[in-house]
Design a protein around this ligand. Sequence first.
Ligand SMILES: NC(=O)c1ccc[n+]([C@@H]2O[C@H](COP(=O)([O-])OP(=O)(O)OC[C@H]3O[C@@H](n4cnc5c(N)ncnc54)[C@H](OP(=O)(O)O)[C@@H]3O)[C@@H](O)[C@H]2O)c1
Length: 261
Amino acid sequence: MKFALVTGSTGTIGSAICERLAENHISIILAGRNLEKLKKLKEKLQTKYTTNEYFIFVADLRSKTSILKQIEEIIYKNNLKIHILINNASEVPKIKTITQEGLECQFAVNILGYHRMIDYLLDFFENNSRVVNVASYWAGDLDIYDLQFNKRIYNNNTAYRQSKQAERMLSFIWSQKLKDKNIWVNACHPGDANSKLSNDLGFGGHETPFQAAETPVYLAISKEVQNITGKYFENKRNVPDMFIKDWETINQLYEICNQYL
Ligand SMILES: NC(=O)c1ccc[n+]([C@@H]2O[C@H](COP(=O)([O-])OP(=O)(O)OC[C@H]3O[C@@H](n4cnc5c(N)ncnc54)[C@H](OP(=O)(O)O)[C@@H]3O)[C@@H](O)[C@H]2O)c1
């Protein structure tokens, strides 16, 4: 039984990713923050794809305690091994929001959320596991000295672009750290789908959720990308990533994220 853990599984692109994985006979740990939505998704997948197993992982990615609790309760206690991690959950509050841990929300969820999930799951990955970080081509504006908008005026678009740049940079450094363990890490732009997140940024989306799920699912299961690591993909194609050239900033970012583990 092959297991994938998908964050943001109840979202627009996340639920399409789960459906495609389930079709491909992959069992899923459905991660999300809303238990009712997770139960509905589980029920729907269970009815359609009966041979897979499904677990619910209910955690608010704003909170380290919440993530660690579910790793203990769901992954550790059920003795689960993970073949695929898809970091997909992100949020873009319109006003600057501080989490209970005292962190700016997009930094906490979109950046640390991805970093923490990889780090905390290290002991549970199978040989030849894949990590897919759902990032975006809408990326940039990273200020390594002001990751939490203490100096800059918060704007949800700028904070989002920064977080997506950070995800791509973190994918690269994790790919280098994990290649000797045969864990392959890549980032991608999914597609442009109309979602709460895209609406909160002032966008719509011209692709269906299933179209948007194609590249993440390709990176998660296709034989074509077996053993490929440290790359960035759009439309199922590897494209050069300008953000992985600045090794010094990548290292700084990695070290900053490690301080919050
Ligand atoms: N849509 C696009 O055009 C587009 C383009 C480029 C990149 N992306 C990327 O694609 C990914 C999915 O976005 P989407 O468009 O599908 O957005 P979405 O429909 O708003 O889904 C976001 C998901 O993240 C979950 N989430 C948000 N905050 C969370 C938290 N604190 N803890 C746990 N889960 C949390 C949401 O949970 P709930 O279901 O409970 O709300 C939801 O499932 C994101 O990483 C986004 O940056 C999207």
